[in-house]
Design a protein around this ligand. Sequence first.
Ligand code: DAH
Length: 342
Amino acid sequence: MAIEKAELLQKIEAAGSLEELEVLRVELVGRKGTVTERLKAVGALPGAERAAAGKAANVLRVSVEAALAEREVALRAAETEAEFAAPFDVTAPGLKPALGHRHPVSVVLDELVDLFWQMGYQVAEGPEVETEWHNFEALLVGKDHPARDMQDTFYLEEAHLPRTHTSSVQIRHMLENKDELPIRIVAPGKVYRNEDEDARHSWSFYQLEGLVVDRGISLGDLKGTLETMLRGVLGDDTVLRLRPNFFPYTEPSVEMDATCVICKGTGMVDGAGCKLCTATGWLEMGGAGMVHPQVLRNVGIDPEVYSGFAFGFGLERIAAIKYGVGDVRELWRPNFKFLEQF
Ligand code: DAH
């Protein structure tokens, strides 16, 4: 009995892996294991032998189980040690996390806001769902005014609409700040038009509105500001053009154009008409003008004392010009191959 126990313990000690040890465990103390069978056999012995045999079998079981547990600890420790001892290549390249970056329209917006910030402007905001009055009437676009057709509009209930332009923020800002002139703001935001999409138009886009109201503001101030702004964001070689236009809320009104980045102002690409600028060589950047005296009156500012200029342009178009994007619709497609270029 004693010899057999020593043999068993030796076998356990010799197990070279956790798998070998598991096989041994089943062989010895499993349901049909040698030690288990020995314990079961005690019941069949004559009464006189039972006590001693039972005790011996139990002692054997306890020793075997202790040896199994001890060997398991040792084998696990060896396994861990081997893992740490394995050669580790500290020069192997790490896994790069995929980092996103700012959208080209955000980049352009941040640059513009920064430019205007340096010129002393503050950033103003207004709601995307506007009243018809803030979006149109206060800007002298009455219900029957033909200028309503300039902006195809989605209408909501009760004289509300998704704003068609950020010019509504001019009205809100002047109403709130008419007693604290001068005003110098830019107002970025999303606008909505019931518009058929093409390379230059989409039903929803970003605008940046600007408004200055002070004593003695002139068209010259407007021109200098627009020039500083467009050259700052598109580069000093950008050619700008102002031409007369009409907006009900400005008098006079101008349209600002920049040379097309695709055809460089020629209107032609590979012998065909340039698609981005529809072969004109110029890209319309947006509108501007001197704030109409009646608009000032509508918000309680005296046009005999104060004058102002305003402008509004599309950020996608500036991004398209800056990065040479032929189709503004690309900017909002979930096309990462495209967007990752910027
Ligand atoms: N609101 C005009 C548009 O969406 C752009 C515009 C024109 C804004 C003239 C102005 C302005 O502030 O003075 O097309």
